[in-house]
Design a binder for this molecule. Structure first.
Ligand SMILES: CC(C)(COP(=O)(O)OP(=O)(O)OC[C@H]1O[C@@H](n2cnc3c(N)ncnc32)[C@H](O)[C@@H]1OP(=O)(O)O)[C@@H](O)C(=O)NCCC(=O)NCCS
Length: 205
């Protein structure tokens, strides 16, 4: 497979771009400003998160992209590109069976404005159009209603529950698994086009 382009990706309101080393301060500030909410659901978001954590994340992110293992983007507003809004990632769970997964977080003072839904719609275009995935999943901790709403708004189907899937704050949390198949993505094409606003890179079939 050809390398995924590192060019920034755009939607109505946001730019998604690969991480650079100098993003560590901005990402640390965003995580620290959202600590309570991130800590509730994400295993890496411990309460003493500091710049060293962001530096390690960015180093791994750059390496993973180079090795074609995972693709992480920093979310930035088009009208305020220096402020870190959150992260969105796509990675392969199985290359042979073309299954991928999406993960995201949004800084707390920007939530409930449709950020995650808009950038995840853009990430779905990349997953299905560019990475040629057949199936994309989301794993969501049981009880995380905000993330479940994102999955629902994007047309994912709730497929079942993975018991004690991920340990967060020392406790094993059950996660629901949500799936979207390529033909469902094509059927919902107008939904994603509407959410994203741009069709850059997306070809209707
Ligand atoms: C989950 C998360 C990414 C959502 O980001 P966001 O930009 O606010 O998402 P959107 O605005 O696109 O959609 C959120 C939806 O959840 C709803 N919502 C938010 N909090 C809610 C709650 N406590 N109960 C029920 N619904 C809730 C919003 O009203 C919105 O739905 P609506 O459009 O029908 O009104 C963000 O809250 C976050 O980063 N949380 C912490 C980390 C995390 O959970 N990451 C995902 C792991 S799977």
């Amino acid at each position: 497979m050809d390398d995924l382009s590192t060019a920034p990706r755009f939607s109505h309101r946001f730019m998604m771009r690969p991480f650079r080393r100098r993003d560590a301060d901005d990402m640390t500030e965003a995580v620290q400003a959202s600590q309570t909410e991130l800590n509730e659901w994400l295993p890496w978001a411990h309460l003493d998160y500091a710049k060293g954590d962001a530096t390690n994340y960015i180093r791994d992110s750059i390496k993973s992209w180079r090795e074609e293992r995972a693709y992480d983007w920093a979310i930035r507003r088009l009208d305020d590109p220096d402020r870190h809004i959150g992260n969105i990632s796509v990675w392969f769970v199985s290359r042979s069976f073309k299954t991928g997964e999406i993960g995201y977080w949004v800084r707390t003072d920007e939530t409930t404005r449709g950020v995650a839904t808009e950038v995840a719609a853009r990430a779905l275009q990349i997953a299905f159009e560019e990475l040629k995935m057949h199936r994309v999943i989301l794993r969501i901790a049981v009880g995380n209603r905000a993330s479940e709403r994102v999955a629902e708004k994007l047309g994912f189907f709730r497929e079942g529950v993975l018991r004690q899937e991920i340990k967060v704050r020392g406790k094993w949390l059950d996660h629901s698994v949500w799936g979207l198949l390529e033909h469902e993505y094509r059927k919902n094409f107008d939904l994603y086009r509407g959410l994203v606003g741009f069709v850059e890179g997306a070809v209707e079939k």
